[in-house]
Design a protein around this ligand. Sequence first.
Ligand code: PLP
Length: 385
Amino acid sequence: MIKQYLLSPGPTTVPERVMLRMAAPMIHHRTPQFSAIFAETREMLKQVHQTTQDVLMLASSGSGAMEASMVNFCSPGDTIIYVNGGKFGERWGKIAGKHGVTAVEISVPWGQAVAVTDVEAALNAHPDARGVFVQASETSTTTEHPIREIAALTRDRENCITVVDAITALGVIDMPMDDWNLDVVISGSQKAFMLPPGLATIAVSSKAWKLAESAACSTFYFDLKTERKNQQAGKDTTAWTPAASLVIGLNEVLKMMFEEGLNHLFARHKLLAEATRAGVAALGMKLVSSTPASSATGAFIPEEVDGAAFVKYLRDTMGVTFAGGQDDLKGRILRIAHLGYYDVFDIVIAMSAIEIALNRFGYPVQMGAGVAAAQQVLAERFDKV
Ligand SMILES: Cc1ncc(COP(=O)(O)O)c(C=O)c1O
């Protein structure tokens, strides 16, 4: 028997309590019973987004919500600005291209955050830009971008919105949508929401809804105006068949989040990230990011070690699933997740597994060094988050 540990930045571990809730007999989605759950879930979702605006649920993975955030607020021929600092930033450009939207790229070296001055310069060079599209947390490089500062730049530009992919940031960091003037914020179920994949959420500001009135990109399934009509209070349903089990699971997840308290939840993620960074540093592994995220930690695998085989060994022989790197970082980095249903001892397991695997691959590692460094951080603040 090999016990399995899922320490990848999505999908993440689903809490037992949530699995049990989702295992209840299926109910029909066009019923008062489902609508009651839907309405309660929607109101809790607003609290997690820290918004009074509409938050919609879509039966799709996160990329579906990314596409929805393009097609509902833009027309073919429009210009948007996007931050490309990794695999997911790059996706904005691809989505725009499919819909005839001109995408102005701000290219950022992988592992770095976008400079706010570069966003400002792009906005000045393209005063007609319909929006700035950016990741709050670029998962491929485990990097946080300065979304608050970016939103401050678009706030007073009448027809320009800030669209935030918060797929690995919502429920991890404090990012109050209304206070920070974020216009569109999207998330996905298989990350900090601790659910299986298949449900995306999208929160939309009144400024963005105004842009939606004149947006002419075509979409049927992802028409947010249709969803808004159906999902509003009183109707409490979705336009198309919802990912009902996931909505029910989300209801339980959000209750767990509020039982913990949002401030505690943010502090916990910060602590786990700091402990992980201390652990990998003690093993001599350099961080991928200069502005590391609280959702996952990317660290370079020592060059002497075959990175792809290392990640595979951890997963298939040791039962510990991390994520490797993508594109240029393929085979070179390890991404250790700490978003969602993770606590201090998961970090100890992660460090211990990395040490044993490094040892197996002949890398001179001092056993316990990473564990000790992580534990030091955890022990100091374990009961103080
Ligand atoms: C930041 C970010 N954006 C977008 C996506 C794509 O989401 P999905 O794979 O759910 O379509 C991911 C998935 O890992 C992500 O981490």
